[in-house]
Write a protein that binds this ligand. Structure first.
Ligand SMILES: [Zn+2]
Ligand SMILES: [Zn+2]
Length: 190
């Protein structure tokens, strides 16, 4: 799966180059891409490290000022596992979205992010939006949409394999509860 992700990432970079967006020219340091280890609801995320101190600025939200940096030198893109089951176009759309976050002034979904997104959408026929539409993307991929896979915990009965999902678990869940079907012991699978 990691290998496929790497390959698709390289395709994205190549396509960006073909429309004159050369990530080397943007001077944004390194980009690493990997599959998220946690079971995330989000399609992907981009972690920024090593801010370029010269690009410090303040953003006003309400009457507070927040320190921001326009450029970072280390970026780690994480793509959620479930995204990798979807159509290639949707995976690449997700990767491209996160690549834009690595560009200067693009670590939010502000004006500069939107500018790049619209260029890429128009010239490379992507469909980059601020947030994806899961139901639609599953339908496009011919996979039944099942909110279950986005739950945080998967619990399984050790005796009858009955499986269920929870977003939260009470303390000592395993000790307190038994399988509703057969009374067997439960195990947390993730
Ligand atoms: Zn984003
Ligand atoms: Zn059971």
């Amino acid at each position: 799966m990691e290998e496929r992700l790497q390959k698709l990432y390289e395709e994205c970079i190549y396509e960006l180059n073909s429309i004159g967006i050369d990530i080397l020219n943007l001077d944004i340091g390194t980009i690493d891409i990997q599959i998220s280890k946690r079971n995330n609801k989000r399609y992907g995320c981009c972690k920024q490290e090593e801010p370029d101190k010269c690009t410090k600025y303040y953003e006003r939200i309400g009457n507070r000022r927040y320190l921001r940096y326009a450029k970072f030198n280390k970026h780690t893109i994480e793509i959620s596992k479930w995204v990798m089951n979807l159509d290639k176009d949707i995976i690449k759309n997700t990767i491209m979205h996160e690549i834009i976050h690595c560009f200067p002034y693009c670590n939010n979904h502000g004006r500069e992010f939107k500018r790049y997104a619209s260029i890429i959408n128009e010239k490379l026929h992507y469909d980059i939006t601020r947030v994806g539409n899961k139901e639609l993307d599953y339908a496009k991929s011919n996979i039944e949409y099942n909110e279950k896979i986005n739950f945080k915990y998967k619990i399984m009965c050790e005796k009858c394999a009955q499986t269920f999902y929870r977003q939260r678990l009470v303390k000592n869940f395993i000790k307190k509860y038994r399988c509703g079907k057969c009374g067997g012991k439960l195990a947390i699978k993730y």
